[in-house]
Each structure stands twice: as C-alpha cells, then as structure tokens.
Design a protein. Structure first.
Length: 291
C-alpha cells in the first residue's frame, strides 16, 4: 500500500443487477481473489458475499447479491428481500448491467427500485469485451462506465468513481482481509459451483450444499471437511453421483483443487449426495441456505 495522504474513505457497496450480468466476476476482479462463485447459470449467487478492497484511499466493502429476478417463488422472494435490504444498508450502490443483452423488464424494475438511490449509485456497463446489444443504458453519463470484468478493463476508473462517492471513515477490516466468509461456507460454495458447472437445466437450481466437521490435520497443513450436496429428487441424485460415481468424483476433485488454492494448503472433502424433497419451498431451509 502507498502512503496515505488525505483522510481515509470507507464504504459498504451493494453490488446489484439482474442474473448473470457478471456481478460476482466483477467483485472478484476488483478484489483480486476468487471470493464469489461464478457460472453461466442465472442465479448462481444466493447469499450476500462480502469482498473487501483496500488501497491508500481507504476501503470499499462490496456486498455481492443474488441476481435481481422478478418472480413469485418462495426462494426468489427471499432473495429479492435480501437485495432490497442490502441496498438500504449500504452506503453506495454498484449497479451492474450486461451490455450484450437488450434492456428488458427486469432492468426497468431495477430502474424503479434504484431511482431514489441515484446520487449514490455507480453503473458498471459490463462485458464491454463483447459486441453490445443494449441500445440505451441506465444512469447519467458521469455515473456510468464501461468495464470488462473478464478482461479487467475500466476497473481503475470504476474504483475512482466509487471512492469519489465514499464517505470519510476508518478501515472496517484489516487491510490484508479480502473477504469475511467462514471457511465452511466457502467450501460449500466451491462444491456448489463445481456441481452447477457440470449439471443442466433445473438441476443447478435444485441443489444446495452443507459443510460440517471442518478440521485441521497434519499440524494445520491440511483441511478436512464433510460436505453434502442436497438435491430435490432421487433422479437428480443419480445424475450428481454419475455412472460408477464418476460425476461426484469430478466435482470433488475440482473443488479440492480450487479450495487448495484458496486456503493455500491441501483440502480433503468427503462428499455425499442426499435427497431433500421440495427444499426450495421450505422456509426454514431457505433461511439456513440463503442468508
Ligand atoms: N465476456 C464476458 N463474460 C463475462 C464478464 N463478466 C462475467 N462474465 C460471464 O458471465 C457469466 C455470469 O457471471 P457471474 O459473475 O456469475 O454473474 P452474476 O451477475 O454474479 O450472476 P448471478 O449470481 O447468477 O446473479 C459467467 O459465465 C461469466 O464468466 C465479462 O466482462 N465479459
Ligand atoms: Mg453472482
């Protein structure tokens, strides 16, 4: 970190936008670490995941949210409330728009939701590395910026715009922190990401993961945990396990390798699949899985 010259700024930044616009990718790019899981499937993010960025100007704590999606299902309603709450609690809003998709009704619903927050909102027009389809963009000229979370373009200008709006304040986390997620949650998320990347249609949405019995072995050189992938039906369990257990082995091996990078040591996951019928309509489960 360079020497700090003026007073420090600090802010909580709610990252919002419709599903698959690249909110999680953008937060990971800004913070320089894999914090939030990413997949081509809409509604990959289910929880508020915090990513922390610190430099000589101060600290921005990003809160990644589930994609804003207007529908009535119990799970979705719960996620929508989470988004509203996050925007209300945050100092700033980082709205992410996908330039490759036409502005639709969800973007218009977001316009309405975020209209009162205009003077604390920065709009990131993402996927600028691809040909644009959006004919117009939300926000005013001086509150929006074209970026590519994948190619890392426009990021430092975006950070300038956010810091310009951030109030004065002390660091909220130590400068070396980049997330505040619990290890067990991170394991569940990486397992879920690997399972989502390998399944199709309804299945990615029908699963959730729980991690228990996290422990250290070999003087802390290895992390060991039990993780269970829950699906809604017996037939889905068959798919996740795969022929001769091939699928679940792939999920486990890729997750262990990724987790090894994240935790900078060996990670061993004992992985199981169980059926939890209709969990997506069960309020208690939703409260537990999505927070
Ligand atoms: N070409 C391109 N693809 C991107 C960019 N940013 C994200 N993506 C891709 O877009 C897809 C969705 O990315 P996510 O980061 O999971 O999107 P999200 O907005 O967090 O999605 P939800 O959590 O489902 O709401 C992934 O396949 C990303 O690799 C970008 O700047 N350029
Ligand atoms: Mg996401």
């Amino acid at each position: 970190m360079q020497e700090q010259t003026g007073p420090l700024s600090s802010a909580f930044v709610a990252v919002v936008g419709r599903p698959s616009v690249g909110k999680s990718t953008l937060m990971n790019t800004i913070c320089g670490h894999k914090i939030s899981i990413v997949s081509p499937v809409p509604q990959t993010t289910r929880n508020r995941v915090r990513g922390i960025y610190t430099d000589e100007r101060g600290q921005l704590v990003f809160i990644d949210t589930p994609g804003f999606h207007d529908s009535e299902r119990t799970l979705n309603t719960h996620m929508m409330n989470l988004i509203r709450q996050t925007v209300d609690d945050a100092d700033l809003v980082l709205r992410v728009v996908d330039l490759t998709r036409a502005i639709g009704s969800e973007e218009e619903a977001l316009d309405e939701l975020l209209a009162p927050e205009a003077d604390r909102t920065v709009v990131a027009l993402n996927k600028a590395d691809l040909p644009a389809a959006a004919e117009s963009a939300p926000g005013s000229d001086n509150s929006r910026i074209r970026v590519s979370a994948r190619e890392r373009t426009g990021i430092s200008e975006l950070m300038d715009m956010l810091f310009a709006l951030a109030p004065e304040g002390p660091l909220m986390y130590p400068a070396e922190f980049y997330t505040d997620q619990e290890p067990a949650f991170r394991i569940s998320e990486i397992v879920r990401e690997q399972a989502m990347l390998r399944t199709r249609e309804e299945l990615p949405h029908a699963l959730y993961v729980e991690t228990t019995d996290l422990a250290e072995e070999n003087d802390g050189r290895r992390l060991v945990a039990n993780a269970t992938i829950y699906v809604e039906r017996e037939s889905q369990k068959g798919i996740v396990v795969g022929k001769g257990g091939r699928m679940i082995r792939q999920i486990r091996e890729h997750a262990e390798s990724e987790l090894g990078d994240i935790f900078e040591r060996a990670v061993r996951v004992h992985l199981k699949v169980k059926v939890h019928p209709k969990w997506r309509t069960n309020r208690d489960t939703i409260q537990k899985v999505i927070s």
